[in-house]
Design a protein around this ligand. Structure first.
Ligand code: NAD
Ligand code: DAU
Length: 334
């Protein structure tokens, strides 16, 4: 039996990864440490309550007293826990610095004290900033441009330092925009799908020309799995879906799949410091044998269909007062 400590496992990607890992590896146990912020949802893991290989611990990755014993019993740590939404980081960055930077520090420090086989840091393409043409390789300098991405880049520097200084066996993956089941409906794709179902406007920041690469979350999980087991210690791997699309293209594909009219598109004030384009060169992880299984059309269709079929999951979130307050705060004056 191997024990994986997964942090942030009640969020979007972490919960998908827990399902993926427990389905694939009979001999793995998962301990999920999650603070249950607004984005953490135990309902994402409801299917695992009777699986005795799964244990949930409610707690904060910034708290050494909580983290220490969990790291001590783990063979592997995979750090998903983060404040993850760019718009919220623009409204206020304190929790981003606390969780994304101090939380990563607490985990690293504990991992050195107790010794682990691997520490896998889940990072993002946003650490590179914005690129007008071409694609980033892993050697590209870090040049984050918003508070969220700068805390993720800072966390990466700590991970690197703990490897060089203390010999901690680390790997890092930098992924592009994930889409799929269990994504909190503040992120563009689930927000657009759920708004469109209710005939509400789809807010398009600026002119909708910004380009993002889209990665189906299951493809991200398979890449994490591969790097976790076969990636070289100390290395960083880009993970992109090779599914570029502009904001307007994404909105139109969603409306078409749902049979809704483009009159639902609403151009609103742009995001401050909006990154124009992200593009990853993923040849390094591909050389390990990874390929995304879902192209843009398949990834979008599977995603739209999941939200159509799982209406109670997202309605429960959108009916919460904290969601309504956030929505008013972010979109009220746009
Ligand atoms: P999410 O916001 O859906 O989930 C984050 C989870 O972390 C939540 O369950 C939350 O409760 C938990 N959490 C937050 N602060 C915590 C703390 N102090 N202690 C313990 N748990 C805490 O995020 P996501 O979209 O699933 O992203 C997961 C990771 O992947 C993040 O590190 C993010 O930077 C990275 N990432 C995300 C994307 C994407 O497209 N969503 C792409 C690349 C990388
Ligand atoms: O690229 C990886 C990153 O992808 C992750 O590191 C982040 O955690 C994740 O949130 C995501 O960041 P983005 O800022 O790219 O995702 P978001 O869904 O917030 O926005 C996607 C694009 O859509 C971006 O160009 C802004 C635009 N947008 C977003 C929202 C919420 C809109 O036009 N309207 C909106 O209402």
């Amino acid at each position: 039996m191997k024990t994986l400590l997964i942090t942030g496992g009640c969020g979007f990607i972490g919960s998908n990864f827990i399902h993926y890992a427990l389905a694939k590896y009979r001999q793995y146990r998962v301990v999920n440490l999650d603070k249950l912020t607004y984005a953490g949802n135990p309902a994402n893991l409801i299917g695992l309550v009777d699986d005795d290989r799964y244990r949930f611990v409610e707690g904060d990755i910034c708290d050494p007293a909580t983290v220490g014993p969990l790291v001590a019993e783990a063979d592997i740590v995979v750090n998903f826990a983060a404040e993850s939404h760019v718009d919220r980081s623009i409204m206020g960055g304190a929790e981003f610095v606390q969780t994304n930077f101090n939380g990563t520090y607490t985990l690293l420090d504990s991992a050195v004290k107790h010794g682990v086989e691997r520490f896998h840091q889940i990072s993002t393409d946003e650490v590179y900033g914005s690129i007008d043409e071409g694609a980033w390789t892993e050697e590209w300098p870090l040049a984050p441009r918003n508070p969220y991405s700068s805390t993720k880049a800072s966390a990466e520097l700590l991970v690197r330092a703990y490897h060089i200084t203390h010999g901690l066996p680390v790997v890092t993956t930098r992924a592009s925009n994930n889409i799929g089941p269990f994504q909190y409906p503040e992120k563009r794709v689930p927000l657009y799908i759920t708004n469109a179902i209710d005939d509400l406007p789809l807010p398009v920041y600026g002119d909708g020309s910004q380009v993002r690469d889209h990665l189906y979350v299951e493809d991200h999980c398979s890449a994490i799995d591969l790097v976790l087991h076969q990636g070289e210690i100390g290395e960083i791997y880009n993970v992109g879906g090779e599914n570029d699309a502009t904001g307007l293209e994404v909105a139109k594909v969603i409306l078409k799949r749902l049979g809704k009219d483009e009159s639902l598109l609403k151009f609103v004030t742009d995001r401050s410091g909006h990154d124009q384009r992200y593009a990853l060169d993923s040849s390094k992880v591909q050389a390990l044998g990874w390929q995304p299984a879902s192209d843009f059309r398949v990834a979008m269709e599977r995603t739209v269909d999941w939200y159509v079929e799982n209406e109670s999951w997202w309605r429960e979130i959108k009916e919460r007062q904290d969601y309504k307050d956030y929505y008013q705060r972010n979109y009220g004056n746009r």
